[in-house]
Design a protein around this ligand. Sequence first.
Ligand code: ADP
Length: 282
Amino acid sequence: MPGFDIALTVVGSINADITAVTDRLPAPGETVGGGRLLRSPGGKGANQAAAAARLGARTRMIGAVGTDPTGREMTEALRQAGVDVDQVAEVDAETGTALITVDARGENTIAVCEGANAQVSIADHEFPATETVLTQLEIPLATVTALAAAVRGFFVVNAAPARRLPAEVVDRADLIIVNESEFAALPQLREARSVAVTYGAQGAALYERGKQIAVAPAQTVTPVSTVGAGDAFCAALTIGLRAGLSAETALRAANAVGAAAVTDPSARPAFRAFAHFLPDAD
Ligand code: ADP
C-alpha cells in the first residue's frame, strides 16, 4: 500500500496512439516498410492520469473524447488503470489521435490530431484546496488559463508541447515540468518559481527562480520506447513532492518511474519503481 493519500485531478488530453515500430524513422517523403503496428491508449493527460493512479494517487480525469468507439475504448482503458472517468466528456468530434513512429533505438516522431481535446473545458468543475491539479498543453490554452484561476490546491503544469504560457499561468503554477528542449524553447520559465527539467538519459533537475536546488541522475537502462517517459515522470514527481519527499528524492523516484516507462513500450510504469522511495517502503 502507498504511504500517502493524495487526491489528484488531471486536466488534459486523451488520445488513441497508433504506433509503427520500424528499423529507422522515415525521412520526409520516404516510405519505410516492415513496420509492426501497435494501438494503445495515449495523450499526455491520459498517460499522466493512468501513471498517477498506478502509483497510488486517487486520480480523476477531466478531458474529452469523441462519440466514436475509440473514445469509449480510451475511457475504458483509463478506468481500468484506476482513474475516475466520471468527468470525461463525450463531445461531437473525433477522439484525439497520435500517429507515432518508433525506431530500433527508441527514438520517435509524433503527429497529433487533437480532435475532441480541442473542446476540453473546466466549466462546471470545482477544484477544492485539498486537491492537486496536473495539466499539460494538449488542450486549449484558454482552459489552462481558466484552470490557473480556478485551482485552489497545488497546481502543476507540464508545459508540453512547448507553447508560450500566459504570465498568470506561470505565476500561479506551484511547479512547471518541461523537458530540455521545451525549457530551451520557453525562456519565460527561467525565472519561474519552481521548474523541473528532464534531461532524458541524463536525469532531471529542479530550479527555483533559475537556481538549481536539486539534481538526480537517470537510471541506466536499455530504452525500448521513450514515448510516455516524460508523462510517467510528471505523475511521479508530482506525487512524490506531495507525499513529502525531499526535492532530490522526489526527482530520483520520478527518474525511476521514467526509466521503467522507457523499458516498457506501452509506457506503463511499475509501482515498484516508485514505492522503493517512499518512507515506509523499506
Ligand atoms: P520527454 O519524454 O518528455 O522528452 P525525457 O526524454 O527528458 O522527457 O525523459 C523524461 C524522464 O524519463 C527522464 O528525466 C528520465 O527520468 C527518464 N528517461 C528518459 N529517457 C531515459 C533513458 N534513456 N534512460 C533512463 N531514463 C530515461
